[in-house]
Ligand binder design. Structure first.
Ligand SMILES: [Cu+2]
Length: 482
């Protein structure tokens, strides 16, 4: 019998026939949608202190690196909250460089624009020595995260990321839950950081890391209960990597994408660009055995993590994943939606740099602006001057339905992210995709995808590629909701 791995090792023909990165079939819906309701009303207070902390993660092989993190303690903080609770955050900026401003963006959350954390667009950034605050009630359950929104290539590269999990979507609890944060590190032979950006990377698919990790370790072995249904919240938090994850021979289902529950789909593989998440329900192996999670997108499949079963078997029943509760999103009025085209392209500079090869990379100053641009949306690159950000890419009316036609005219993939909203993926010019909600949608080379958007809260919402060097080198703009 062919295993998943044989198939994935197979050939491009397989990828083409399977729809290049989508391999999942829907289970029959087992129940009608159950709407998630608030389950708590308290306040969760979080204090962050953004600073440099020399850290020896297991994947560094004995080296200590000057990471930048949100707090002392865990390298990647994980905030857990219940639907209905308020998050109050105060943060101090102690980043060790003059002019290294910071603000915190809450990725995937449909919160008021003033809390969105984008320097110069929604707030003044916080200078070193300063203090910032956020306060909001996350409106949706799901697997979200947070990060700074200026000089992000370096900030991600140094580890400044964390997860935000809003609970309250399970109809029946799983037998265990595991958060997996995938991220590479760019280390030179001496064990110091390499430049986080290069011209060649910025003008192509991004500058790759040299060491892979999940939760700071290389192929970690995670102990799990035997023959159990565990929930895995998988995050791609690399600055540039595209991954296609899958298990070798295991029963598993996708139960949420970017935090949004959907009818469980048999999980064979799923492609994630940076910033994308997927929630998986896995039936673990019998006692003493293990299941490996692979990234099949690389030339050779890479083991991301191993789930090793211990203890007596939890379940003997058939694997029938239940759907998660869903949020009451406003319904897309597809018939009357206005279609808005967006073209994602390279600038002439991008083409030229790609032709000549490596260079010093993009640099950002305290104004969060690149010195030159390689990428554009609708032929416009993110402005060079923060005092004049230019007009929005589109103006939407709150509550109205739109169809964004996202057209990738480049030979690169682009994970396209919108702030404060979710997309409803409708169709692709190149792949058969299920209908699902997400806040970041992956455009493969020369693909056109239509997504539905119901305009949400008023304000100026960033709209950009989440390959961070693409974002910082021009593939960024904003949408205004009035
Ligand atoms: Cu991109």
């Amino acid at each position: 019998m062919l295993t998943r791995r044989d198939l994935m090792m197979g050939s491009a023909a397989f990828a083409a026939s399977a729809g290049a990165g989508f391999l999942a079939t829907s289970h029959k819906a087992l129940a009608r949608d159950v709407i998630a309701e608030p389950i708590a009303h308290g306040v969760k207070s979080v204090a962050f202190d953004l600073a440099e902390r020399p850290t020896a993660l297991p994947c560094f092989g004995g080296k200590t690196l000057p990471l930048w993190t949100f707090e002392s303690g865990p390298t990647f903080p994980i905030i857990r909250m219940k639907l209905g609770e308020r998050l109050d955050t105060v943060f101090k900026n102690h980043l060790p460089r003059e002019g290294e401003v910071a603000s915190i963006h809450w990725h995937g959350l449909r919160i008021p624009n003033t809390q969105d954390g984008v320097p110069y667009l929604t707030q003044q950034p916080i200078a070193p020595g300063g203090e910032g605050r956020y306060s909001f009630v996350p409106p949706d359950t799901g697997s979200f995260f947070f990060h700074t929104h200026c000089n992000s290539t370096e900030h991600f590269g140094r580890g400044l990321i964390g997860a935000l999990i809003i609970e309250g979507d399970e109809i029946t609890p799983s037998d265990g839950e595991y958060v997996l944060l995938m991220k590479d590190w760019r280390l030179g032979p001496g064990g110091a950081f390499l430049p986080f950006s290069t011209d060649e990377g910025a003008a192509k698919g991004g500058t790759p890391g040299t060491i892979r990790s999940v939760n700071g370790a290389t192929s970690p072995v995670i102990t799990v209960p035997s023959s159990a249904n565990i929930r895995i919240r998988f995050y791609n938090l690399d600055p540039m990597r595209i991954s296609e994850i899958g298990f070798e021979d295991a029963q598993a289902a996708i139960i949420a994408i970017d935090g949004n529950g959907l009818p469980p789909m048999t999980f064979e593989s799923w492609r994630l660009g940076t910033a994308m998440r997927v929630d998986i329900l896995l039936r673990t192996a019998p006692p003493g055995e293990s299941v490996k999670l692979y990234d099949y997108y690389s030339k050779e499949p890479v083991v991301l993590a191993e789930f090793k079963s211990e203890g007596p078997p939890k379940r003997t029943d058939a694997f029938e994943p239940l759907p998660l509760k869903v949020m009451p999103f406003p319904k897309l009025d597809e018939a009357n939606a206005q279609i808005i085209p967006f073209e994602f392209s390279a600038t002439p500079t991008g083409q030229a740099i790609a032709d000549i090869g490596a260079g010093p990379g993009i640099e950002l100053g305290p104004l969060c602006l690149a010195k030159r641009t390689f990428w554009a949306i609708n032929k416009r690159s993110w402005p060079q001057d923060h005092r004049d950000l230019g007009p929005p890419l589109a103006v939407l009316k709150s509550g109205q339905s739109y169809i964004f036609e996202l057209d990738n005219t480049t030979p690169r993939s682009h994970p396209i992210h919108i702030h404060g909203h979710t997309f409803e993926v409708l169709n692709s010019s190149k792949r058969k995709l299920p209908r699902f909600r997400c806040d970041t949608v992956l455009l493969i080379p020369n693909e056109r995808i239509q997504v539905g958007v119901v305009a949400g809260l008023p304000g100026k919402w960033m709209f950009h590629c989440h390959i961070l060097e693409h974002q910082e080198a021009g593939m960024m703009g904003y949408i205004e909701v009035v």
